[in-house]
Design a protein around this ligand. Structure first.
Ligand SMILES: NC(=O)c1ccc[n+]([C@@H]2O[C@H](COP(=O)([O-])OP(=O)(O)OC[C@H]3O[C@@H](n4cnc5c(N)ncnc54)[C@H](OP(=O)(O)O)[C@@H]3O)[C@@H](O)[C@H]2O)c1
Length: 225
């Protein structure tokens, strides 16, 4: 099989590094886009359309997939989330993904697969993140549903994985140790995911073996919704 090329964001994060390890081990050529110099192949300001467009054009050549594993988390409640904070969250967690897909379209080969890392917040609400986090994740799942229709005729698939809790700094950032341990009791499997368990599902959704799966927002959450 010829080299399969993919663009990955969030590669220095918990989920993204798990995805990079898993895909590299399977022979994917992974080009990373990040917002910190030295930590990614291509640098971009994720709040800037121009910057993301430049990064996508610098990727060059045909692509077989995209995985969006970046994201920020901030707490609520509504009276503490300013409209400016709302816009910042939407820019990073939602708008950047639409922008990168939009500018990648000429590069995506028929058969390509896009995977968005969303959240179980998109099935109800985030118990730790604020309203802007929840709303952004709902919008991502809606985007997946819509783009399945737009991209299906081109032979391009798009799905999301929706983790509940993944062991790592984001999951613990806004909770005390005691509250974190308590929150795990609400998960049917009684524990957080390892990043490798999310990465395994991402790898499946990128592979041709999942060739009839598109428009799915798939919980990978130990049963938590
Ligand atoms: N962890 C969980 O329990 C959990 C649960 C449900 C959903 N998710 C989702 O999974 C995805 C990955 O989360 P994670 O657990 O891997 O979190 P993480 O370890 O905090 O990683 C987040 C990634 O996003 C990047 N990022 C943050 N702000 C950014 C910005 N302004 N511009 C560009 N990149 C930015 C980070 O880069 P730097 O580190 O360089 O800033 C990092 O690579 C997120 O979309 C998150 O909402 C996570």
């Amino acid at each position: 099989m010829s080299q399969r090329r993919i663009v990955l964001t969030g590669a220095d994060g918990t989920v993204g590094s798990g995805v990079q390890t898993r895909l590299s081990a399977s022979g994917w050529t992974v080009t990373t886009i990040g917002h910190r110099a030295g930590l990614a192949d291509l640098l971009a300001d994720f709040r800037s359309e121009d910057s993301l467009r430049s990064a996508m054009s610098a990727v060059g050549g045909a692509l077989d997939g995209m995985v969006f594993a970046h994201g920020m988390l901030e707490p609520g409640p509504v009276d503490r989330v300013t409209p400016a904070a709302w816009r910042q969250m939407m820019a990073v967690n939602l708008d950047s993904i639409y922008t990168m897909i939009h500018y990648a379209l000429p590069q995506l080969r028929p058969g390509a697969s896009i995977v968005v890392v969303s959240s179980t917040a998109a099935f109800d609400h985030s118990p730790v993140g604020g309203p802007h986090y929840t709303a952004g994740k709902w919008a991502l799942n809606g985007l997946v549903r819509h783009l399945a229709f737009d991209l299906g005729p081109r032979g391009i698939r798009i799905n999301s994985v929706c983790p509940g809790t993944v062991e790592g700094p984001m999951a613990r950032a806004l909770l005390s140790e005691a509250d974190y341990m308590e929150s795990l009791k609400g998960i049917p499997l009684g524990r957080a995911a390892e990043a490798s368990e999310i990465a395994e599902v991402v790898a499946f959704l990128l592979d041709a073996k999942s060739g009839y799966v598109t428009g799915a927002n798939l919980p990978v959450s130990g049963g938590y919704r």
